[in-house]
Design a protein around this ligand. Sequence first.
Ligand SMILES: [Zn+2]
Length: 379
Amino acid sequence: MSLGPATAFIYTPRYLEFDYGPGHPLRNRRLELTYDLISASGLLALPSARCLAPEPATDEELLLFVQPDYLTMLKAADAGQASATAFRYGLGTGDNPIVPGIYGWSALVAGASLLATRLVESGEVGRAFNISGGLHHAGPAKASGFCYINDAALIIADLCRRGHRVAYVDIDVHHGDGVQWAFYDTDQVLTLSIHESGSTLFPGTGFVHELGEGKGEGYSVNVPLPSTADDEIFLWGFNEVIPPLVEAFRPDILVTQLGIDTHRTDPLSHIGISLTAFAQAVRSLKGLCPRWIALGGGGYDLTNVARAWTAAWAIMNDREPPAVLPEPFLARHRGNGFSDGAFMDGPAVINGPTKGHAWKAVRSEVERLKRMVFPRHGI
Ligand SMILES: [Zn+2]
């Protein structure tokens, strides 16, 4: 059996020192569950795989994307000294609460994505996965949608200044708005986001007509899906648009955001796919570029987050996830919603008139997108 490319999994138990507060849907416990499941599945002990702990990003590194006044505000918020103007930066809302440790946590996530970037850029590994990253909604001076510092935009900005061409693929159920706007006017970064339509879901953007501007026209690509999308609709939209465009763009490095809030059990979205369809998309991403930085993202059903990202890590290592949840893992986590049974789930497929409407909607969006974008890429 071939060893496959060298890979790195970025993780530290320090992630668990931070909590968004009771009642907030984003739980760092999901990161621990994922680490545990990956570990119990034998996927950290592979000869080609390494597990590395990140350090927080420095201010100098964060300023590659973040505005200085926002960084100052975030530090003050962390220390419990947020001023009345914090709300202008998106801080202090239900989504983006001001909680102790928020700056340190955000810097640690960014540091983890920067570590993944250094490993892949230097060629030490071909593929790296930071499950804590993918905080794709934050702007340079704004917290948004549970995201305070946009680690995805930060690492892409870092790669750009060293001349790399980067393709960013975002399969989170929400539009990857923060990354799109960060690179809206450049042809050095191709951003692609497939998500539930902004007409039914936060952040209300990510429509086909958001194409980029100036030199960046045609380099911002959105596949909005109807709220009833299932495995077939999701994978069809994905396959029609993402592989052909990434292949035509020929990036030096691929950055992906692997949110699993698309899953049918996720409480924050309407569309519903299976882990099997998610893994199919990840397999397809693997073939698009030899240098690949994968980030986490949304995911609010903790048991399926752990399953999905374990499957993604298996695929990054040219393996398949185990057929059933490993017994030692179950012994530890039966009380956390895990029960015996298959690791992956069955297909999520709807039928009847709803499906007909969903097909019509996705076909019309994809046809429009192909007309507007594909010719700019010679396809
Ligand atoms: Zn999301």
